[in-house]
Design a protein around this ligand. Sequence first.
Ligand SMILES: [Zn+2]
Ligand SMILES: [Zn+2]
Length: 262
Amino acid sequence: MLDQIVTVLLEFLPIYAAVYAVNVFLYFATGWVLVAIQNRHPERRIQQNRRGEKRMWKEIRLSVMSLTVTAGCLAGGIFLSLKGWTLVDPLELSWWSVILMFVISVIAFDTWFYWMHRFMHTKLMYRFHAEHHRSVAPTVWSTYSDDLVDAFVMQSYYLFAVIILPIPVMVLIAHRLWDHFNGTIGHSGFEFYASPLSRMPSPMVCVTFHDQHHSRFRYNFANFFSFWDRVCGTIDPKYDDQVRAFENLGAEKKSKPVAAGE
Ligand SMILES: [Zn+2]
Ligand SMILES: [Zn+2]
């Protein structure tokens, strides 16, 4: 029995180490690239009067810690799937199965994220979620700045999803990569994506969505879509208006060269 456990652990550890290394690399690489872009567009800062980057080093320390859990969840999901320790087999890879399962996974995760996030805001669980909310003006470094329990509750989707959904491993990895970029941009504190596509009646969101969750606390619990927040009445009442304001900022900028030429 002990032999078997050791064998399984020795098989799992290289996967875990590789997933953790890629996560940490992407955390720094994405953050660095986004900050370089943001520095050239101070007018796009969402919370103009706050400087979330003051917390950068504390958040980096916490993130490197909590990525051990995030990576563990994804590595665990990959391992369960490769071992066949699931209730359903993954679909064979084909163009349609990849697209279908990616879309299903994004929708399933958004639903998981919304309800687990609401759960983290209950009296019972908030003590584990408070750390993430110390970032009132989030930055690219805040995405994984959370308690280990918080990280497990939110990220264990990647561990459990393969058990009940026929998601091929490649699609699970692609979804997690997508969520990494989406999450980092969502915490970046600078708005570049405001458009009619990110407000009512579209279910899509832009950076302002999760930024308002951090600054105003009671709204916008979902991850990728505003669907659950709109249905459950937790959408920030100022969300659509603020998106419009950023759209106008973009329109003003475009019309500036004409004005200068007058
Ligand atoms: Zn929260
Ligand atoms: Zn957040």
